[in-house]
Ligand binder design. Structure first.
Ligand SMILES: [Zn+2]
Length: 321
């Protein structure tokens, strides 16, 4: 029998095993496997609305509980479904019955197929459902990675265009289309009785706005969507961001929108001086905000500024602007 006796040997064996695994498994499947061991936390937001989170943050889930069954906002990654169901069971005996997807990214729809198998009815914006038919999904962070197409059972069953209302658990849950911001199928979910607003990834507190051009996101839409969220929210509204550990307020949204407006103005001024992208990057148009908004290693200044630059017409003919 082979017995590992020392810590060093254990580590060496573990390293060898990891190398072996790497030889056969893709980085994505390895990462997904690791997600299966994560414990999720559930905490009250207001009324019957809860927030479910991963340790360290990522893909915040909204949960409305009540006698009609639980309504979730987003479904995390597929390997986390058991943890998601366990988290819900900490606060209610009712089963999960409804799921609203805020957009197509895999950290928000990955649990769809597992939940559909349990009889959960899935809602999304029409454009988000269309993305489920792409041969490969695309994820904007870290320069853009591909993910395999989700199974047919993951596709939303009910879609909306401008808005819809889901009447469950004494709430008139409003699901509202946001202008094309993070993607072209972003949904905001507002719980009027609890006065809680889930903004999906249009509003993240860990980075500059992620404008996913592969999935139809735009700078113009980001600003319009933030304006819409600011209009929807009152001063006491509790806002769940797509990512970030804290509950936010309308005043935080205004600060975020104003930050984007300032960067837009800075980049536009440089474009009007006929600066190329490299020169714009060198001028650091985001400098005053970098300390606060570059905490996400997958989306930094090098990702955000080029999107702003090209959408504002950088490297195009000056007279067109
Ligand atoms: Zn996203």
């Amino acid at each position: 029998m082979f017995i590992i006796k020392t810590r060093a040997a254990t580590w060496a064996a573990a390293a060898g095993f990891a190398t072996l695994l790497l030889a056969f498994a893709s980085p994505l499947s390895l990462a997904q496997a690791a997600l299966g061991n994560v414990a999720l936390t559930i905490s009250p937001v207001a009324g019957n609305v809860y927030m479910i989170q991963r340790p360290g943050g990522g893909g915040n889930i909204g949960a409305l509980i009540g006698d009609d069954g639980v309504l979730l906002v987003d479904s995390l990654f597929a390997p986390m479904t058991d943890a998601l169901v366990s988290a819900v069971a900490e606060v209610t005996e009712q089963p999960i019955k409804f799921l609203i997807n805020t957009h197509i990214h895999i950290d928000h729809v990955g649990g769809n197929a597992n939940l559909a198998e349990k009889g959960v009815l899935i809602f999304s914006h029409e454009n988000t459902r269309k993305r489920f038919f792409d041969e490969r999904g695309r994820f904007p962070r870290n320069g853009g990675t591909f993910v395999p197409q989700e199974p047919e059972s993951a596709r939303p069953v009910v879609t909306f265009n401008e808005q819809m209302t889901v009447h469950v658990n004494g709430e008139d849950v409003q699901v509202l289309f946001a202008p094309p911001a993070h993607t072209d199928g972003d949904a905001f979910v507002y719980f009027p009785s609890a006065d809680v607003l889930h903004l999906g990834d249009v509003y993240r507190t860990t980075s500059y706005p992620i404008i996913d051009r592969y999935n139809g996101g735009t700078l113009r839409g980001t600003l319009a969507a933030l304006d819409k969220a600011i209009d929807l929210a009152g001063p006491a509204t509790k806002i769940i961001p797509g990512h970030g550990l804290e509950i936010m307020r309308r005043a935080d949204l205004i600060e975020f929108r104003d930050m984007v407006l300032t960067i837009e103005a800075n980049v536009l001024a440089l474009i009007r001086e006929e600066k190329k992208l490299a020169e714009v990057m060198e001028a650091r148009p985001t400098a005053e905000f970098d300390a606060k908004w570059t905490n996400d290693p997958g989306w930094g200044v090098d990702d955000f500024v080029p999107v702003v630059y090209y959408e504002l017409g950088g490297s195009g003919r000056l007279q067109d602007r």
